[in-house]
Structures are given as structure tokens and as C-alpha cells.
Design a protein around this ligand. Sequence first.
Ligand code: HEM
Length: 393
Amino acid sequence: MVAYDPFAPEVLEDPHPVYKALRREDPVHYIERFDAFALARFADIWDASSNPALSTARGTTPSQLLTRVQPVTPMLNLMDPPEHTELRRAVKPYFAPRRVRELEPTIRSLVCEYLDKVRERGQCDAVNDLAQQVSVRVACTAIGIPLADSDHLNTLVWRFFAREPGVEGMTEDGLRAAEELSAYFLELVARRRAAGSDRDDVIDLFCRFELGGRRFTPEEIASHLSMLIIGGSETFPKTYANALHRLFEHPDQRAECVRDPSLIPHAYEEALRYDMPTQFLGRTAVSELEIGGRRIRPGQAVLFLYPSANRDELEFEDPDRFDIHRRPARILSFGAGTHACLGLHIARMEGRVCLEETLRRMPEYEVVAEESERLRTEFVQGFARLALRFEPF
Ligand code: HEM
């Protein structure tokens, strides 16, 4: 019988062989140590994502569901219907395709600005020099946070995700970073309220919004905004680095993208499918339910192994092949159902624009493996640094 523990060294090293065994032998796998079920198959996760018996209110991250050190504070993604539905409906227009289209010139000029900073060097770190800089600024713009604060926020988000060898879950410093993030937003909200601000942005929406006849407290608003900046800035750089890495490994597919940039959105989508950085998010059962013939009781955690779902042979033909010509009907990189990613239009546009400008300026870049660094945690897998070498332009 296949054994799966998200903290096991072989899982941290390369989870895909274990995920494959789970899909084949035990797709709804019980982990006794955490009293949790891990879902490995695409269809099970897709369906469970809309199942009202599964709640996000006790948290969705590994630290909330397994090691339980990260406190659960009010956030959109941790609310259940009907309150979640009401708030999500109010926030959604700020992330709708029309708004996001308006962001394209900003995104393009940010990418060009950061590419210009490295152009003469002939080498750079695609994560920290480029994507991280762009993505925190795009998230700030989309939310309404002053751009001048983006470096500070970038550092806090980075600390939040840091892990220490031998420590399961978040570090002490990561927990402190979460508090500092909250303090930053408390001050921002206080300034907005003192100025009687009434802007058409996400921050003022949270300040104005009434749920069940009550306004959010500053602490609640700070918590919602922390989630948005973390979710909005952290994942994108890893997906961009993965796309560059896989295109380098497949030079013929990279050449096709250079010749025909209309293939770039498909290349980014394939990189999202192939290398989903978030290893899992989860739910807690609030009433009894059954998945794949296994009974799940209230209080038990259910983990969605998203990267496993994206390589499910029942959903994708030859799933371990990287192929930019695939046109999948659906992928699970942005989740699905009730809590599907609100920022997916931003992420897709960021991916397209960043790859267009990168491939235009450095079509022959090389990935320098010895100088790159991989992040291997129970939560996130991907490049912490991706070293590129290229012809100065
Ligand atoms: C490549 C980048 C991104 C990826 C891969 C990604 C992925 C995801 C996933 C998998 C979920 C589902 C969470 C769950 O299952 O519990 C999610 C939710 C969410 N994402 Fe993203 N995301 C990205 C970028 C963004 C951006 C740029 C924003 C906003 C600026 C954003 C905002 C959100 C929000 C608000 C939710 C929660 C929605 C809800 O609970 O109703 N994301 N994202």
C-alpha cells in the first residue's frame, strides 16, 4: 500500500512518483498522523471543490490544516456560503477581464523596466530580479496599495513563505511577518478612513462593505488584504520561472513561441498544468460525506493534491509530456468551484506579457542549473532562484 506524508523527504524531493502511485492505488488516501484524506485524482478534487459539506473556515493551508500553527483570521477564502458568495460577488468586478485589460500597459511597462535593469549584465535571476518585482507591483496596483510600499510588502511575503529544514510548517519569523503585514494594512486602513476616502478600489470596497448589516473591523479588513497581497504576489513568479525552465528544456517548443507569440498563452497554461507550485490546499468536513467510496466524518481534513490532479492520466493524455499544443478543457491550477481563483485573469495576462517580452529580448536564454535554487516545502515547490544567462541586449 502506498504511503504518503507531505513532509516525507522523498515527497519533498519529488512528489510526482508518490502522486502517481496514489492515483493508481489509493486516490482517496487516509493519513492517520493528521486524520486527513488526500485526494489525488482530478475529478474528485474538481467535484469536492463545490461540495457544501467541505468548509474552508478552519483554514486551507498546510499549517492551518496539519501543523495548525498559522492562526485562522477572517479572509475571503476562509468564508463559506452564503457570506462568502455575497462578499465574492462584490470583490469580483475588480478582477474581471475588463478591469484586467486596463492593467496590460502597466504590466508591460513593469516587465520592460525590470528587463532593462538586467539587459547589459547578460545574466539575471528570473524570480527575484524580474517576476517577483513585477508581480508584487501588479498585485498592489490591482488592490489599490501604494506602489512605493511594494518592496516592503515583497519582503514580508517572502518571509511568510520561508521554511527551515527540520521544522514542519511555518517559521517563527514567518508568523511575525504575518503580524507585520497585518500592522501595515491596519495603518493603511486607518489613513484611508481618517481621510474619508471613497475610491473605486478593493481597499475602499472592504472599508465600505456591510455583511449582515455590519461593517468589517480594521483588523478584519487587514486580514482580507493580507490574503490578497500574499495570494496575488507569491505564486506568479514560480509559474513564470517554471515556464522558462520547461521552454529551455524543450528548445523546439521555445523556438515555436519565439516565431509565433500567439502560442505563448498556451505555453504558460501548459507550464501551469505541468508544474503547479502549490502542493495542496484543503478543506474540513462539516458534515459527513463520501468520496471514492470512503466515508469522511465531520472534523476530518481533506487535502486537494492539485499537482497530482494536473497529471491525472484519466484527465490528460500522456500527462507527463510537456506539450504547448495541448488544449485542455480544464486544469486545476487556479482551483475550481466555490473558491476558484479570483486573480486568474491577472495571472494569465502577467504570464503572457512577461513571457512575450522575455522571449523577444532573450530568445536564446540558458538556465544555469548550478546557480539556481529550488524551494522544496510541503506547501510550495518551485524555483526560489532561476539563474538565466543570455546575450546582452
Ligand atoms: C499564477 C498565479 C496564481 C495561481 C496559480 C493562483 C491559484 C489559486 C488557487 C489554486 C486558488 C484556490 C484556493 C483554494 O483551493 O483554497 C486561488 C484562490 C484565490 N486567488 Fe489565486 N492564484 C494566482 C494568482 C492570483 C492573483 C494575482 C490574485 C489577486 C490579485 C489571486 C487571488 C485569489 C483569491 C482572492 C482567491 C480566493 C477566492 C475565494 O476564496 O473565493 N490569485 N488562487
